[in-house]
Design a protein around this ligand. Structure first.
Ligand code: AMP
Length: 193
């Protein structure tokens, strides 16, 4: 894997563990020689991931829409910062440049990015792996909700299984190596289409 996209909060969260986790993930990726692709902000968990990777000598590629460069305080010390016109361009570039995606704790922007990658994977638009990196149990409630979606028949078990959830970055990256995307044909058959 050459480049990993990290989705995470533009906020820091109340518990300092989140910013610290962001910094550690950035540093760990740099040490593995994996470039970080992310949203280009200098604030919150996003800034911590970028700082951790840059300080450990890694490569960080940030992509940020022009309209929010001030709002999210574009990072001024990255390997590359791409200022794009729209959020759609940002997300497309992040997706194109990356071999896989992880979500650290974050808000609705983080969720939106994760769910877009997931829904596009479900439709077979890409075959890239993705997962949640849990910090302090942040994703537990989401996991429960996803299980409820399966139970109530709105999410197929094979699509539920696409999203990994690990507390260890090493384990998550190992699982990415053996990721086997679900067959689109199977999905179509299962829906009787
Ligand atoms: P948040 O998780 O809400 O703190 O946001 C994390 C990142 O997601 C920030 O860089 C936001 O600009 C970005 N973001 C917010 N809304 C969206 C969206 N609709 N699509 C993609 N990214 C978004």
């Amino acid at each position: 894997m050459k480049r990993l996209c990290v989705f995470c909060g533009s906020s820091s969260g109340k518990d300092p563990i989140h910013v610290e986790a962001g910094r550690q993930v950035g540093a760990a990726l740099a040490k593995r020689g994996i470039s970080v692709v992310y949203g280009g902000a200098s604030i919150g968990v996003m800034g911590a991931v970028a700082d951790g990777a840059m300080q450990a000598g890694g490569e960080v590629i940030g992509i940020i829409p022009k309209a929010i460069t001030e709002f999210e305080v574009a990072h001024d010390h990255l390997t590359e910062l791409h200022v794009v016109d729209t959020m759609h361009e940002r997300k497309a570039m992040m997706a194109d440049l990356s071999d896989a995606f992880i979500a650290l704790p974050g808000g609705i922007g983080t969720m939106e990015e994760l769910f877009e990658v997931w829904t596009w994977g479900q439709l077979g638009y890409h075959n890239k792996p993705f997962g949640l990196l849990d910090v302090a149990g942040y994703w537990t409630l989401l996991e429960d909700f996803l299980d409820a979606m399966v139970e109530k028949g709105f999410l197929r078990p094979m699509h539920r299984a696409m999203v990994f959830n690990e507390t260890s970055l090493d384990v998550l990256l190992e699982r990415f190596e053996s990721y086997c995307p679900p067959s689109r044909d199977k999905w179509v058959d299962a829906r009787g289409l």
